[in-house]
Design a protein. Structure first.
Length: 214
């Protein structure tokens, strides 16, 4: 059975979350007080409702008691975020993720019931800065505070060599999980495959060791 989620606030972040939840097979109730935003997403979600999260009585009538989780994306208004979080918690929503644009606001949202708080702008800023500073690092996924998955271009001195010869596990304590070439991903790379300049490697490892690759 598909899981269902309510998304409050249909700005860029909220609408992106709502649409991608749908793409991943979930049912989505999208809520915003802007009729224009509600109309723009109506065809992309299960149900789109024009409602003000500050109106508790209306919030109680839109079916929040039956969703598996809620995303509070009204970060521009702390009052609205707090109200949406508290109402969702009061109605028994089992998991609430809230967006915040600062850690003080994030702590407030945690105190009123948010199970997890995310800071998209801050995290994206860190990611972009990391990629720029790293030079050869193209993308980064944090699995934990210590471990990351990254995609790196083949260094010029690696061209013509094999993974066995490079011995990245021995030198950097990182593991190659795939080789990316154009639109192709090889998820079980041959350790004796000769690397080409057009290849890139998907690797996983401790961040302190990943930094050495730079």
């Amino acid at each position: 059975m598909a899981k269902s989620y309510a998304v409050f606030g249909l700005g860029k972040f909220g609408s992106s979350v709502a649409k991608n939840l749908m793409l991943n097979g979930a049912e989505v109730l999208a809520v915003d007080k802007s009729e224009e935003l509600v109309r723009s997403i109506a065809d992309d979600v299960t149900c789109a409702v024009c409602a003000d999260v500050m109106d508790i009585e209306i919030m109680k009538t839109i079916g929040l008691d039956s969703v598996d989780g809620a995303v509070v994306a009204t970060a521009e208004s702390l009052e609205a975020s707090v109200m949406a979080t508290m109402t969702a918690k009061e109605l028994g929503v089992p998991y609430i993720l809230a967006k915040a644009d600062g850690h003080i606001k994030g702590e407030i949202l945690k105190r009123v019931g948010a199970d997890k708080v995310v800071y998209p702008e801050t995290e994206m800023g860190k990611r972009i800065a990391y990629n720029l500073a790293s030079g050869t690092i193209m993308d980064l996924i944090d699995l934990s505070k210590k471990t990351s998955v990254i995609e790196i271009h083949i260094k010029s001195q690696w061209v013509g060599k094999t993974l066995r010869q490079l011995d990245l596990r021995g030198k950097y304590s990182i593991n190659v999980v795939a080789i990316h070439t154009g639109e192709e991903f090889d998820g079980s790379p041959d350790p004796d495959r000769i690397l080409e300049a057009t290849d890139s490697l998907i690797v996983i490892g401790d961040k302190k060791y990943i930094a050495k690759i730079r």
